[in-house]
Write a protein that binds this ligand. Structure first.
Ligand code: ADP
Ligand code: MG
Length: 665
């Protein structure tokens, strides 16, 4: 296929911008799909009300006049003859178009219709006629410097030529579903003409994504090499003795999970287990017990956390818990000083370190282990399939335990995590008070501030969450700064307010988070970047603005930041929209029920944790919305793997993709 630089309009500068969007070659450009479509259909003026959106074509009636003001701004006006109406059109900052707009020309305008004055404030002018059939325009995620329209043009440019794309669906399956040629489907997605073929094309490409995903999962599960693990002999009495000394007794589900993990660890089968349970259900202690079992059997253990802060927290806790054992426990993160890091690498290799806690730094290529027996990953990510391969390349087959605070219903779990065994913690430790959740409208702010004040007076702390909007999103939401101002006005005199958002560096974020932990800050305003898993027991209130922006599970996760001890905690959801959906959260705190509801409603927002793993980054498919396609893909992929078709030379390219990307053997 053509080189990107050979396309009309793409120079070095544009290429860099495209790269930023993850587009590095023609194939990636073709699979950069629209996130939305705009439909252009001529408005019927008679049906429009005051200030309605209008799309209309007509003949330019008068020469435009341009009025400059403010040095940088201009306003252009002209009359447009739209057959039934003579409209006064104004448009801002398009003065440069003045000489292009000749009377007699046919153009289309898009804007807001002022019925009273028979005028239009246009947001866009197009130099083409509206066709009588509605026109569908793809809209692409863009960044400053490159528009959706430009991206669309480049794709069109590319599609003018003969293109060839590798299909990863076996022919017999392709036929079974009557899919079009892949090139055809891709074309349609970028330029849909009518509903039926569009839907078919979408389903086709989604299917391909999900088919490959399920194929990888099933391959992994069937792969025998991947199943043989370490065999250990550990007396459960020793484990029980450790449990008996914990400051609390385990819940029934915790006990059961420990047993399941123990059985996995002592068996020869390689453990590949997911431990799921609500935020605060007590997964961490299970992780520590697992590390203890692993230690007893003489192997090194690693606990990997998604963030620096969490890694620190785990490190502090595990040191306390294992104080009386003569264990060497170390912390390795991005912040570890070079000299210390060198020492840690050395000690990991020669086996002096028993347990290592850290971030992703733990599975970097240059980290060598002596005899790594257990790897635990906490929250958010399970390893991508590839990373599991990484471990394999270190010459070890450690047992693996994933911990996730996004409980998902069993049927979904079995499909998505088909390659794993699952332990679930369904009950909270006793003595925990349920978080009381309120759903409030924006105009109830006085009441909300009052409730916040009540907590502050009791010397408790508060999280305030304001979802950040994407760049291309024009909807005006409470942004973090405005909120800070508001909070400062209300509480600034007596309390300290901190702000944390995604644009800050990790150091800055850690700084703020630590201040909150130490109660130097009483109100922490943030976008969704509150670290999952962080434990600030004194925080008793979570206030979430524009709550409708989140999926139920995500909200439930956020809510889990509070209510982490015996203090009564509160969550206030603020939203003027989708209140029916959000209502569920005021009625239950059972994460399993909530995620079931989330799946059922197919509401917006991601399921934390599920979408984030590397090999589930689909371009079009959505595991919730397209669950039916996923189920088909699952069956088909199993059948394909088990049939001799899989060995057919014709499908070498599929085989290669599945097997090499796993880095197995
Ligand atoms: P999560 O599942 O979100 O990782 P944690 O492991 O952080 O939850 O547990 C939250 C808190 O509950 C911790 O302070 C932990 O010590 C405590 N905890 C865990 N299990 C029990 C239990 N069985 N009884 C009482 N407290 C517990
Ligand atoms: Mg945790």
């Amino acid at each position: 296929m053509k080189d990107l630089l050979s396309l009309k309009g793409i120079g070095n500068k544009t290429l860099l911008l495209l790269n930023k969007l993850g587009i590095n070659n023609s194939e990636q450009l073709l699979t950069y799909f629209p996130f939305r479509y705009d439909i252009f259909k001529r408005s019927n003026i008679y049906e429009l009300g005051q200030d309605d959106k209008i799309i209309i074509d007509g003949i330019v009636e008068t020469k435009p006049t341009v009025f400059h003001f403010n040095r940088k701004m201009d306003k252009m006006s002209f009359k447009l003859n739209a057959s039934t109406h003579l409209l006064n059109v104004t448009i801002f900052n398009r003065g440069f178009l003045k000489n292009k707009l000749e009377p007699g020309m046919v153009i289309t305008i898009i804007g807001k219709y002022d019925k009273k004055h028979n005028s239009v404030t246009a947001s866009d002018i197009r130099f083409d006629v509206l066709s009588d059939t509605p026109k569908i325009e793809p809209v692409y995620h863009s960044i400053s410097g490159i528009t959706s329209k430009q991206i669309s043009n480049y794709i069109h440019e590319l599609l003018k030529e003969e293109i060839h794309l590798q299909s990863y669906i076996p022919e017999y399956i392709q036929e079974k579903y009557n899919f079009l040629k892949k090139e055809e489907s891709i074309k349609i997605i970028h330029n849909p003409k009518e509903a039926k073929s569009f839907k078919q094309a979408l389903n086709h490409i989604k299917y391909e994504e999900l088919f490959l995903f399920m194929l990888k999962m099933n391959y992994l599960r069937n792969n025998k090499n991947n199943k043989i693990g370490l065999k250990r002999s550990v007396d459960f009495n020793e484990v029980q003795a450790f449990i008996d000394e914990l400051p609390f007794s385990l819940t029934i589900d915790q006990e059961k999970s420990v047993k399941e993990i123990y059985n996995d660890l002592i068996s020869e089968k390689r453990m590949n287990r997911l431990l799921q349970g609500d935020v605060g259900s007590g997964k961490t202690v299970i992780a520590f017990i697992s590390l203890y079992i692993n230690y007893l059997s003489g192997y090194q253990g690693a606990l990997m956390a998604p963030t620096e802060i969490l890694a620190n927290q785990h490190f502090a806790n595990i040191q306390k818990l294992f104080k009386k054992f003569n264990m060497n426990i170390c912390l390795l993160t991005g912040k570890t000083k070079a000299k210390e890091k060198k020492q840690i690498y050395e000690d990991l290799k020669n086996g002096k370190i028993n347990i290592i806690i850290g971030t992703h730094a733990l599975i970097q290529e240059d980290v060598k282990y002596h005899n790594l027996g257990l790897v635990i990953t906490d929250e958010q990510h399970r390893f991508g399939v590839n990373q599991r391969g990484n471990l394999k390349n270190k010459g070890v087959t450690p047992d693996i335990l994933y911990m996730s605070a996004t409980p998902i219903p069993r049927t979904y779990a079995l499909t998505l995590y088909g390659d794993m065994d699952i332990s679930s913690i369904k009950t909270m430790p006793s003595g925990r008070k349920e978080v009381i959740t309120y759903l409030k409208k924006e105009n109830e702010i006085a009441d909300i501030l009052n409730k916040m004040f009540n907590e502050l007076k009791q010397k408790h702390q508060i999280y305030v969450v304001a979802p950040l909007i994407e760049e291309s999103d024009k909807i005006n939401l409470e942004n973090v700064e405005k909120l800070e101002e508001k909070m400062n006005k209300a509480f600034g005199k007596f309390y300290n307010i901190g702000v944390m958002h995604g644009k800050m560096t990790n150091v800055e974020k850690d700084n703020i988070m630590n201040k909150f932990k130490n109660n130097e800050i009483q109100i922490l305003i943030s976008t969704t970047v509150i670290e999952v898993g962080v434990d600030v027991a004194n925080a008793t209130m979570m206030v979430i603005f524009d709550a409708f922006r989140f999926g139920l599970s995500a909200l439930h996760q956020l809510r889990g930041r509070v209510g982490r001890n015996s203090l009564q905690s509160y969550c206030i959801l603020i939203s003027d929209k989708e209140t029916e959906r959000l209502q569920v959260l005021t009625q239950t705190t059972d994460g399993f029920k909530i995620s079931e509801e989330d799946f059922r409603l197919r509401g917006s927002g991601d399921l934390f944790g599920v979408k984030q793993s590397g090999d589930m980054a689909f371009k079009l498919a959505d595991i919730k919305k397209d669950f039916n396609i996923l189920k088909k893909a699952k069956e088909d992929s199993l059948e394909f793997l088990e049939s001799c078709e899989y060995q057919n030379l014709k499908y070498e390219h599929i085989k290669k993709l599945i097997e090499t990307s796993n880095n197995l053997d």
